[in-house]
Design a protein around this ligand. Structure first.
Ligand code: XBP
Ligand code: MG
Length: 241
């Protein structure tokens, strides 16, 4: 089957972003005079909940039994998350979070070969736009035919909603596409949408269960190997980025 589109996850896949998210959450808590601190071990547990707002609520509801929810609890969480997003996008703009090995070359080669690009992510739209501009250049958002992100769907990963949303707008079937993910939640989401999925692990996800993945890679530094395994008619020699 010819691969017509590659659908990219963002966090952990395009760039190794999760620890920057963690730091941005902690900056937002401090700015709001909350004595909450998400260390790596706790964040590793909280990452099983996708979506920053959902993650904050999960933390409150499972770790802070005596927390008195404000009258407008949703508004409190939304405002706190907006502050976090501000800190995170500032970190992106400071160039602190590079694209992962091979990603820029893969995207350039796929574009040159006429393979459609798309994004299916849980993260917020501002984060996607800033990461793409910072990591791939000013007009790179236009390289992606469809960008599905944040609250656009009712159920976030591991539900398949975001991948269904992207497939519908690509007007492609799942069998025309491959997905690149980094986490068990992401893999469950893309597999539930019927999409052949390749996993690139990172420090937060390396111990997770990737049953069902077409293949698992440490990263895409060996692009020829990835092309061979994925059945992509691309060559690393074709482009220079
Ligand atoms: C990862 C997520 C996001 C980020 C934080 O998204 O679950 O929630 O951790 O970003 P994906 P927000 O791997 O699907 O790209 O705070 O904006 O949600
Ligand atoms: Mg991810």
């Amino acid at each position: 089957m010819t691969i017509k589109a590659i659908i990219f996850d963002v966090d952990g896949t395009l760039a190794d972003t999760e620890d920057a998210h963690r730091i941005a959450f902690n900056k937002a808590f401090a700015e709001n005079h909350l004595d909450w601190n998400w260390d790596v071990a706790l964040y590793d547990k909280l990452l099983k909940v996708t979506g920053g707002k959902e993650r904050i609520k999960y933390f409150i509801e499972t770790c802070l039994p005596s927390f008195r929810k404000p009258a407008d609890y949703d508004g409190f969480v939304k405002d706190l998350h907006l502050v976090k997003t501000g800190h995170y996008t500032t970190m992106l703009r400071e160039g602190l979070i590079p694209m992962r090995p091979g990603i820029k070359q893969l995207i350039a080669a796929a574009r040159q070969a006429g393979i459609v690009l798309a994004i299916a992510t849980t993260t917020s739209p501002e984060n996607v736009a800033t990461l793409l501009r910072q990591g791939l250049g000013a007009d790179s958002e236009n390289w992606f035919a469809v960008i599905g992100c944040g609250d656009i769907v009712p159920h976030k990963k591991p539900a398949p909603d975001i991948y269904h949303w992207v497939l519908e707008r690509l007007r492609l079937s799942a069998s025309d596409c491959i997905a690149l993910e980094d986490s068990e939640n992401g893999l469950h989401s893309s597999l539930a949408a019927g999409i052949r999925t390749f996993v690139i692990i990172n420090n937060y996800t390396r111990k997770q269960n990737f049953t069902g993945a077409a293949a698992v890679f440490d990263d895409l530094s060996d692009l020829e190997r990835f092309y061979r395994i994925a059945g992509l008619p691309l060559s690393k020699l074709a482009i220079s980025v």
